[in-house]
Design a binder for this molecule. Structure first.
Ligand code: HEM
Length: 494
């Protein structure tokens, strides 16, 4: 029986979903939950027969299925974090990657067609760059300026094992492909062991949820104001080269986003001064930028941190129509308007269909990390070594940021829409709202964003707060089904 993608609340034990979960890559329906990551970007050599053989071997022996990952997650929870779970591996292809492997993507048959226009042109294309107001490709990090065919994602809780396996895989894939770029990432945690990003805010809080267990947990705080559950169709599409009716994949957006932590903190202090915030209220400046305090408390619900272990997510902006508690330009209000009634063009249901699944991880690298005299392999080894030293507070001169990665059914209607029509759009949700203070990029603001002087009171102060995040490169990928990867050598190509 084929799977109904309108379904949510998926029970992984239900036989209806077993074939899908066995053939789907992990990290899509649920995060891989490993602390250390290595991202390897490759360009296939012209002899694509050998490359396809290697991919088939990698798909067979390394790539982690959604099923295995869900089982791992249950064991990890039971062991209270002591079980390492071993290596997680994913394999994703860019459109140029499919072409380099000889796939005919323009054929007349339905098979082999990717109906996602953005995937076809790629993130580095001028068309996408202009739409997103990204920096020109010549300003991206060198490795990202090269053609990227595939993205190998490795992750582990055991840093040494990750380093060992990653080096071995780089050596193996190096026989059939050129390593064009590498990144390493780490899950940053605060003193309480909660996940944060480099500006110090709790991250990975509000996500679309698909699995029964995750939805049950979220339901404990109620779903009357915001329902976190999401149908499979929010992220899954048929794999055009998949084996059968249970073969699905997902589109992935990858962007390296550098964070100017010092600039952000200085502007935060300036904003606090401008709003005359003192003592414990000072923290509210940052909360107005993000829409949540550093401990995750939504500023639309409270004027101060609540320090609760469960971060509230059952809320919307109905009680804050004038943006007097959470400004309209706050990052989470821009990225997920939750049916904001100020939006004259789209309904709650439409906002819900724009959601993305975020699987980002933080990074940090010393100023000499991108030394051009180093081979790609030595650079990768240095990066893996540096993982040992990465801390929440960046060392002096260290470049830090987020390896932003998200999954969706359609890049145009989800990530692109969110970035272009919401974060970068100074007139969303209202005329002269301004840029998203975190993710907004592009033109200088027409007017300063307006900030509530007192929480919930009717006076706003203008102040410019934006451009502390810079895009350094990336690409659009597709995470194909595992059966496709395993059988890739047998699929007829040009
Ligand atoms: C360095 C860049 C970024 C940082 C530091 C950052 C940080 C955060 C933080 C702290 C949260 C609140 C906690 C949470 O719900 O997980 C959040 C939520 C979110 N972010 Fe970002 N973010 C960044 C870039 C982006 C980009 C580029 C997008 C998409 C265009 C995005 C989309 C979202 C979404 C959809 C949410 C959840 C909103 C909600 O459901 O309430 N973020 N981000």
């Amino acid at each position: 029986m084929s799977v109904d993608l309108n379904q949510t609340y998926i029970d992984p034990q239900d036989p209806t979903y077993q074939p899908l979960l066995e053939d789907l890559q992990g990290n899509i329906l649920k995060g891989h939950e490993r602390n250390y990551s290595a991202h390897i970007f490759v360009k296939f050599k012209s002899e694509h027969e050998a490359a396809r053989k290697w991919i088939s071997h990698f798909g067979e022996n390394f790539v982690t299925s959604a099923k295995n990952q869900i089982e791992y997650s249950a064991k990890y929870k039971q062991s209270e974090g002591t079980e390492s779970g071993g290596l997680f591996a994913g394999f994703l292809l860019s459109y140029k990657g499919y072409k380099a492997l000889g796939f005919d993507l323009k054929g007349k048959s339905e098979k082999g067609k990717f109906p996602c226009w953005n995937f076809l042109v790629g993130l580095p294309s001028l068309a996408v760059q202009q739409k997103l107001e990204d920096p020109p490709v010549e300003e991206w990090e060198e490795g990202f300026q090269d053609e990227i065919h595939a993205f190998i994602l490795l992750a582990d809780n055991d840093r040494d094992n990750l380093a060992k396996q990653a080096k071995q895989i780089v050596e193996e894939v190096g026989r059939v492909a050129e390593i064009v770029h590498t990144e390493v990432g780490i899950v940053l945690k605060n003193k309480k062991g909660q996940i944060i990003e480099h500006f110090g805010f709790r991250d990975g809080v509000s996500q679309p949820l698909f699995l029964k267990e995750d939805i049950e947990l979220a339901k404990e705080q109620g779903t009357d104001l915001w329902d976190t559950s999401a149908p499979l169709e929010l992220v899954l599409v048929k794999d055009p080269f998949g084996e059968g009716e249970h073969s699905f994949g997902s589109y992935c957006v990858y962007r390296k986003l550098e964070q100017d932590v010092r600039g952000f903190r200085e502007a935060e202090r300036e904003l606090a001064k401008k709003l005359r915030l003192s003592d414990q209220d000072v923290e509210r400046a940052g909360a107005l930028v993000v829409g949540r305090f550093r401990d995750g408390t939504p500023v639309t619900l409270s004027p101060s941190e609540q320090n609760s272990d469960t971060v509230p997510n059952n809320f919307n902006y109905d009680g804050d129509r004038d943006g007097m508690k959470c400004p309209f330009h706050a990052h989470i209000r821009k990225a997920n308007p939750r049916g904001d009634k100020n939006d004259k063009y789209q309904t709650l249901e439409e906002h819900r269909q724009r959601r993305i699944v975020r699987r980002a991880v933080s990074y940090g690298e010393m100023p000499n990390a991108r030394d051009n005299s180093l081979s790609k392999l030595s650079l990768f080894e240095n990066q893996l070594e540096h993982l040992k030293e990465l801390k929440v507070q960046p060392a002096s001169g260290e470049k830090v940021g987020l390896l932003f990665l998200c999954f969706q059914r359609d890049i145009f209607n989800q990530f692109m829409f969110m970035q272009k029509n919401w974060a970068n759009n100074q007139h969303f949700v209202n005329y002269t709202t301004g840029l998203d203070g975190i993710a907004g990029q592009g033109k200088k603001q027409i007017e300063g964003q307006a900030w509530p002087k007192e929480w919930g009171k009717d006076e706003k102060v203008p102040f410019d707060f934006y451009h502390f995040v810079t895009m350094k490169g990336g690409e659009f990928f597709f995470a194909p089904s595992i059966s496709f990867l395993k059988n890739i050598s047998a699929i007829a190509v040009k």
